[in-house]
Design a protein around this ligand. Structure first.
Ligand SMILES: Cc1ncc(COP(=O)(O)O)c(C=O)c1O
Length: 449
C-alpha cells in the first residue's frame, strides 16, 4: 500500500510518489531491494553531484548514505568518470583476464596486511560466501560462528543469526534463519555469539572446536549498533581460534573504509581471510576475498585442481577493476586522516547537541562512519541497539525532518562521510539536528514524537 506523506509537509517529493506508484506495478513491494528506505515513500534520485544527491523533484540532499557506505569519493568523481569513459569503448567484460585486475590486486595486497592473495567477485554477499567455503575446504569442518545482529549479506549461513537467536529449553542458542523455509540444517551449522563478550566466545569456540571452520566477524558491525571491538575481545578471538585451528574471517565489506589498511589493521586483528567490497569498486559492483597464500590456495594452486571452484560471469570485469583502482589510489593516508577528523568532529557535535537538549539520542561509530541511535545512552550490544517501536518512530521522525533540511540520513544503519564533504556540510548536519531538537522537545522522557 502506498503511504502518503504522513504530516502533509512533503509536497516536494511528488515525482517520487508518482514513480513509486509505477514501481508498485512491476516490483514486489514497489522497489528492487529490501534496503530501500520507504518512509514515507522511496525518494527517486535523478543524479549525484559530489557530496550531494538531487532527486527527481530537484531537491538537493547531502548524502550521508553514499550507497550504503560505498562511495568514498561521493558522486561523479572526475578521475573515475574519465578512466571509465575511455575504457568503455575498449570493452566492458571478457572471458579472459586483463591487466586491470592485477593492478587492483597489487594495490590491495600491498596495503592490507592480511591479504597476500585475492580473488574478485561481484558483491559482498558473494565474497562472504566464498570466504566461508574456503574456510570449510581448508579445515574440513562445516560450521561457522558469527555475532548476533551483524549483517553479512544473503548466503544462508551468513544470514542465519543476523536477527539473533532463539533460546532452546536447554539454554542452547538456535540461530534465527533468514526466511521461512530456509533449511533447518543451516541453524545447526551457525553458532551465534555476542560481540565483545570474550569469555562467552572462548567457551563457545572451545566446546565447538571440532566442528568450527571459522569465526566470521565484522570488526564494527553496522546493523548490530556500529560498536567498536574491545582490544581484549580481539586478542582472545585470535588466541582461541588459533589454538583450535579455527580460521578468522574478517568481513570488511563496509569497514575497510576505516583506514588506509582497513579495520582489522586498526583493531589489531590478523584474520586468515578478509572480505572486501563497496569502496574497492569505485562505485561499480565488486566483492573480494583475500587472505594468506596458504589458505587462498583452496581456490587454485599451480599443480592441482581447486578445492573451491570460484567463477562468476562478471567477476573482475575491467570497469569495476579500473574504477576501484582509481578510487583506492585517491584514498591516501592523508585522505583517511581527514575523513577521520571530520568523523570525530561530527560525532562529537551530534553527541553534544543531544546532551544540550537532554534528548534521547546518542552516537556510535569510528573513522568516517557513524550511527545515530534514538536512545539516551550509546548501545554497547546488539540487544541494546535494537529499536523499540517508539524509538523507531522517533528515528524516522528525525530522518524525515533532516530530509526537509536537505540531509539524507539512514535510520537504522551506518551513515558515512565522503571526501567531497566540507566542514560546512557537516556543520549543517549538526545545525539541522539542533534545530530538530529545539523544535521537538524529548527532554529525558524517552517519549514518542
Ligand atoms: C559487512 C557486510 N557484509 C556483506 C555485505 C553484502 O554486500 P553486498 O550488498 O555487496 O552483497 C554488506 C552490505 O552492506 C555488508 O555491510
Amino acid at each position: 500500500m502506498l503511504t502518503e506523506p504522513a504530516d502533509g509537509e512533503e509536497p516536494a517529493f511528488s515525482q517520487s510518489i508518482n514513480l513509486f506508484r509505477r514501481g508498485q506495478t512491476v516490483f514486489p513491494g514497489g522497489v528492487t531491494r529490501a534496503t530501500v528506505d520507504k518512509d514515507p515513500n522511496p525518494i527517486y534520485m535523478s543524479r549525484g553531484e559530489g557530496a550531494y544527491l538531487v532527486d527527481v523533484d530537484e531537491a538537493r540532499l547531502l548524502d550521508l548514505n553514499n550507497n550504503f557506505t560505498t562511495l568514498l569519493h561521493g558522486h561523479g568523481y572526475e578521475p573515475i568518470l574519465e578512466a571509465v569513459s575511455s575504457l568503455l569503448s575498449t570493452g566492458t567484460c571478457f572471458s579472459n583476464p586483463t591487466k586491470h585486475e592485477i593492478a587492483l590486486a597489487e594495490l590491495l595486497t600491498s596495503r592490507i596486511p592480511s591479504v597476500e592473495r585475492i580473488r574478485f567477485v561481484n558483491t559482498g554477499t558473494e565474497a562472504v560466501m566464498f570466504a566461508i567455503k574456503a574456510a570449510r575446504a581448508f579445515t574440513g569442518r562445516s560450521a561457522i560462528a558469527r555475532f548476533a545482529g551483524a549483517y553479512h549479506g544473503a548466503y544462508d549461513w551468513a544470514e542465519a543469526g543476523q536477527n539473533g537467536f532463539e533460546a532452546a529449553p536447554d539454554g542452547r542458542r538456535i540461530a534465527r534463519l533468514g526466511y521461512q523455509g530456509a533449511p533447518s540444517a543451516v541453524a545447526n551449522d551457525v553458532l551465534v555469539l555476542d560481540f565483545n563478550d570474550a569469555d562467552a566466545l572462548e567457551e563457545a569456540l572451545t566446546v565447538n572446536a571440532e566442528r568450527l571452520a571459522a569465526v566470521l566477524i565484522d570488526p564494527m558491525p553496522s546493523r548490530a549498533g556500529l560498536i567498536e571491538p574491545a582490544r581484549e575481545f580481539i586478542d582472545r578471538l585470535m588466541t582461541v581460534a588459533d589454538r583450535h585451528g579455527i580460521l578468522v574471517i574478517a568481513d570488511e565489506v563496509l569497514n575497510l573504509r576505516q583506514s588506509f589498511s582497513g579495520a582489522s589493521a586498526r583493531y589489531g586483528l590478523t584474520p586468515d581471510l578478509l572480505v572486501a567490497g563497496k569502496i574497492i569498486g569505485g562505485g561499480f559492483p565488486i566483492g573480494a576475498v583475500g587472505g594468506s597464500a596458504k589458505v587462498m590456495a583452496v581456490f587454485g594452486g599451480d599443480t592441482r585442481s581447486p578445492m573451491v571452484s570460484q567463477g562468476g560471469t562478471f567477476s573482475a570485469n575491467p570497469v569495476s577493476m579500473v574504477a576501484g583502482r582509481i578510487a583506492m589510489e585517491a584514498a591516501t593516508p592523508a585522505v583517511f586522516d581527514r575523513l577521520e577528523q571530520q568523523g570525530v568532529r561530527l560525532r562529537a557535535q551530534l553527541t553534544a547537541t543531544a546532551r544540550k537538549h537532554n534528548a534521547p539520542f546518542s552516537v556510535t561509530g569510528a573513522a568516517s562512519l557513524l550511527r545515530l541511535h534514538p536512545k539516551s545512552e550509546p548501545p554497547r550490544s546488539f540487544a541494546a541497539a535494537v529499536q523499540r517501536p517508539d524509538e523507531l518512530a522517533r528515528m524516522r521522525f528525525l530522518c524525515r525532518f533532516l530530509r526537509r533540511e536537505g540531509v539524507l540520513l539512514p535510520h537504522d544503519a551506518a551513515a558515512c562521510l565522503s571526501t567531497p564533504m566540507t566542514d560546512m556540510d557537516l556543520d549543517h548536519v549538526a545545525d539541522a539536528f539542533d534545530k530538530f531538537l529545539t523544535q521537538h522537545s524529548f527532554a529525558s522522557q524517552e517519549a514518542q514524537p
